[in-house]
Ligand binder design. Structure first.
Ligand code: NAD
Ligand code: UGA
Length: 328
C-alpha cells in the first residue's frame, strides 16, 4: 500500500511513520518544517527515520495549493494519515492566522488531493479541544461540540465539517480522530510534559495554570499510534453515518479514558525526575478547557483496542528519553 503521512517531522507523525515502517508499505512523509518550535527537534525526528528504507520525505507546504495538487498527482496514494497542522490551544490567541493557513487551507488542499486521486481512506487529526468547556463527562463523539472556546478548537471542528462534506459529496471515506493531550518521547516542547520535565530538571519554576484545578486525559504516544494504525484499516463504507445520509464518514476519540488531575501529573514528573517541582501558580489561561476525559468505547468496538499506558509509566518513559536526548 502507498501511504502519505503529513506532518511526519512532527511528534505524532514521526511515531506513526516508525510504527508503519517495515510492514510492506511504501511511505511518503511531508512536512514544511516550520519554526513553531525547535526545528532541530523536527530534523532529529526525520534523521531518526533514516534507517527506514521504505520511508521517504518531501519538504512541502500543504497550504500551497499547486504544490499539494502536484504531490497527489505525481505520487498517487492509497491511504492518507493527515497530521500536519498548527497545534496548541493557547498560541491560537497570539497567532490566529497560522491556524487558518495550516488547519483550514492545508486541510482543504489535502481533501482535494484525496478526492481527485480517489484515495481509499483519509484519516486526519481532530482534537479533544472540540468538546470545549463541556462538563458532561466522559466526552463521547455524539456529544454537542458546537461551542469551541479557542480558535484552534474551531479549526479542528471545521476539519470535521469539511471532511463530512467530502464524504457526502464525493464518497471520500474519511475518519477524524480526536486525540487527547498526547505525551511521550519525542514530544512537543510547547506542551506541559516537555515544559515541566525541562524546568524541573533545570531547577527552574513551572507555571501551573488555573492554580492546578484542571484535569486532562493524558494519552501516551504509543497508544495514540496504535489507535491510528488500527483505524487506518477500518475504512468507513457507505451507510456509516446514518444520521447524515449515509456518508462514509467516521469519528473516534483516542484517549487513555481516565482523567488525571494536573497536580498528580506534576507529582509523576517529580517521581520520574527525583526532583521537587517549584510551582508558580497562575490563573486560568484564555482558551484552555478545565477538563478532558475520553469515552473510548467506539474505538474499542471498532478495533478491539484500549489505550493502556498509565501516566506514571508514560512520564517515566518521557523523562528517560529527555535525559538521553538532551544529555541531562
Ligand atoms: P507537531 O506540531 O509536532 O506536528 C505537526 C507537523 O506539521 C509539524 O512538524 C509541522 O512542521 C507540520 N506542518 C504544519 N503546518 C504545515 C503545512 N502547512 N504543511 C506541511 N507541514 C506542516 O504536532 P503533533 O502534536 O504531532 O500533532 C499532530 C496532529 O495531531 C495535529 O493535527 C494536532 O492538531 C493534532 N493533535 C495533537 C494533540 C497532542 O496532544 N499532541 C492532541 C490533539 C490533536
Ligand atoms: C494539547 C495540545 O497542545 C493540543 O494541540 C491538542 O489539541 C490538545 O492537547 C487536545 O487534547 O486536543 P493541552 O491539553 O492544553 O493541549 O496540553 P498541554 O499543553 O500539555 O497542557 C496540559 C495541561 O497542563 C493543561 O491543563 C494546561 O493548562 C496545563 N499547563 C500547560 C500548565 O499548567 N502549564 C504549562 O506551562 C502548560
Amino acid at each position: 500500500m502507498k501511504l502519505l503521512i503529513t506532518g511526519m517531522a512532527g511528534f505524532i507523525g514521526h511515531a506513526v511513520a516508525r510504527r508503519l515502517s517495515g510492514r510492506g508499505h511504501e511511505i511518503l512523509g511531508v512536512d514544511n518544517l516550520n519554526a513553531y518550535y525547535d526545528v532541530a527537534l523536527k530534523q532529529a525526528r526525520l534523521d531518526d527515520l533514516g534507517d527506514c528504507p521504505d520511508v521517504r520525505f518531501r519538504r512541502l507546504d500543504l497550504a500551497d495549493r499547486e504544490a499539494t495538487a502536484r504531490l497527489f498527482a505525481e505520487e498517487g496514494f492509497d491511504r492518507v494519515v493527515h497530521l500536519a497542522a498548527q497545534p496548541g490551544v493557547r498560541y491560537s490567541l497570539e497567532n490566529p492566522h497560522a491556524y487558518a493557513d495550516a488547519n483550514l487551507i492545508a486541510h482543504l488542499n489535502v481533501l482535494e488531493g484525496c478526492r481527485h486521486q480517489r484515495v481509499e481512506h483519509l484519516v486526519y487529526a481532530s482534537s479533544s479541544s472540540v468538546y470545549g468547556a463541556n462538563d458532561k463527562v466522559p466526552f463521547a463523539t455524539d456529544d454537542n461540540v458546537d461551542h469551541p472556546i479557542s480558535l484552534y478548537a474551531a479549526t479542528k471542528k471545521a476539519n470535521e465539517l469539511m471532511a463530512h462534506t467530502y464524504a457526502h459529496l464525493y464518497e471520500l471515506p474519511t475518519t477524524g480522530l480526536r486525540f487527547f493531550t498526547v505525551y511521550g518521547p519525542w514530544g512537543r516542547p510547547d506542551m506541559a510534559m516537555f515544559k515541566f520535565a525541562r524546568a524541573v530538571l533545570a531547577g527552574e519554576p513551572i507555571e501551573i495554570y488555573n492554580h492546578g484545578e484542571m484535569s486532562r486525559d493524558f494519552t501516551y504516544i504509543d497508544d495514540i499510534v496504535e489507535g491510528i494504525v488500527r483505524i487506518l484499516d477500518v475504512v468507513p463504507g457507505r451507510g456509516t453515518d446514518e444520521a447524515a445520509g449515509g456518508a462514509p464518514y467516521a469519528l473516534y476519540n483516542i484517549g487513555h479514558g481516565s482523567p488525571v488531575a494536573l497536580m498528580d501529573f506534576v507529582r509523576a514528573v517529580e517521581a520520574a525526575t527525583g526532583r521537587q517541582a517549584i510551582c508558580d501558580f497562575q490563573p486560568m489561561q484564555p482558551g484552555d478547557v478545565p477538563r478532558t476525559w475520553a469515552d473510548t468505547e467506539a474505538l474499542f468496538a471498532a478495533t478491539g483496542y484500549r489505550p493502556r499506558v498509565g501516566v506514571e509509566e508514560g512520564v517515566r518513559r518521557f523523562v528517560d528519553w529527555y535525559r538521553g536526548f538532551y544529555g541531562v
